[in-house]
Design a protein around this ligand. Structure first.
Ligand code: C5P
Length: 321
């Protein structure tokens, strides 16, 4: 081998050995609560829940880039979003999710480097749609794939629990083909559901957020007289029987939010009486209210009307990736 060839060969080996930048694109979906029942507060401050959640087609885009650096042992996380008011440090669930995984795997199987996370948000923030939780779940799923950690959905759900009550559900519906689940316990015990629900959804919210903590604290003062029968609701979802679904679409948190936030009550009334919605309910602790429509045309019409009334409104569906 000539000197020139030897030089080229070593150059080739060098190129091969430099760790390459890796990237992944993910969609992070919103959810609605088709029902939500709460029993008394637990000693740890959380409430026992029984809620049927359904993934919907509204999503944020998550782009993760991993730039490995052989000189480093630690992992630097940089987060950017298209919403300037959102925190980009440990107050953001996407950042926190990356931190948890990085703390476990930096230096060992993964090595050091820089993680760039870019979130393009479409899901409204602090709206009862698990937008932030979905972003956290997507980062866990993305890093599992990017770093080939081989964690299964159950393991990812377990890790996600410490980030928030809605995270395990978001992991489930973003990492499997399931689109719905009954969540019990704090929200972390999941019973995946087969659903044939194919409906159009309109989501609308007044121009403010509502604190989940405040609503859960407030609900303790109420006597809950009407609760969903989630077994019946689940039967409705698997058989496509709307009567069983709508008869049990009850969110007990409405008791608090509708009384304390008049614009949410008003919005629900508008959607119930002035659109073709088959059913209207508040999602999570609010303030988003969603209507269910049997046709795309009706949903679009309702969405346009609400936008003209200056509500932040979105059109989505219960199926579709
Ligand atoms: O788990 P996550 O951070 O989403 O919860 C936010 C707040 O909502 C909690 O701090 C708690 O006050 C309340 N919460 C609750 N019971 C649950 C879930 C949430 O009381 N099952």
């Amino acid at each position: 081998m000539t000197d020139k060839m030897r030089g080229l060969a070593s150059h080739f080996i060098y190129l091969q050995e430099v760790p390459k930048m890796k990237e992944i694109h993910l969609k992070s979906y919103a959810k609605v609560n088709l029902s939500l029942d709460v029993s008394s507060a637990r000693e740890d401050g959380f409430h026992e829940l029984s809620t049927v959640m359904h993934r919907i087609s509204l999503f944020d885009r998550i782009h993760i880039q991993w730039i490995p650096d052989q000189e480093k042992d630690e992992i630097t996380i940089q987060l950017q979003t298209n919403r300037p008011y959102l925190p980009t440090d440990e107050r953001n669930l996407a950042y926190k999710a990356a931190q948890i995984i990085a703390d476990r795997y930096a230096g060992s199987s993964v090595g050091g480097g820089t993680l760039l996370i870019n979130i393009t948000k479409s899901i409204p923030v602090a709206a009862g749609l698990a937008g932030g939780s979905g972003n956290g779940a997507a980062v866990l799923i993305g890093l599992n794939r990017l770093w080939e950690l081989k964690l299964n959905t159950k393991q990812l759900c377990k890790i996600s629990e410490e980030l928030g009550s809605d995270l395990p559900f978001c992991v489930l519906v973003q990492n499997t083909r399931y689109k719905a689940a009954l969540a019990t316990g704090r929200g972390e015990i999941l019973h995946p559901l087969r659903t044939s629900m194919k409906k159009h959804i309109v989501l609308a919210k007044p121009p403010f957020g509502v604190s989940t903590k405040e609503v859960f604290k407030g609900i303790d003062e109420y006597e809950i007289t009407e609760r969903p029968d989630n077994d019946e609701l689940i039967k409705g979802l698997s058989s496509g029987r709307d009567d069983l679904i709508y008869g049990n679409m009850i969110n007990v948190l409405e008791l608090y939010t509708l009384e304390h936030y008049e614009p949410v009550k008003k919005l629900k009334e508008i959607m119930r009486t002035q659109t073709d919605a088959q059913y209207v309910l508040m999602s999570g602790s609010g303030p988003t209210v969603f209507g269910i429509y049997s046709s795309e045309k009706q949903a679009r019409k309702a969405c346009n009307m609400l936008r003209k009334m200056r509500y932040e409104a979105y059109w989505a569906s219960t199926d579709g990736r």
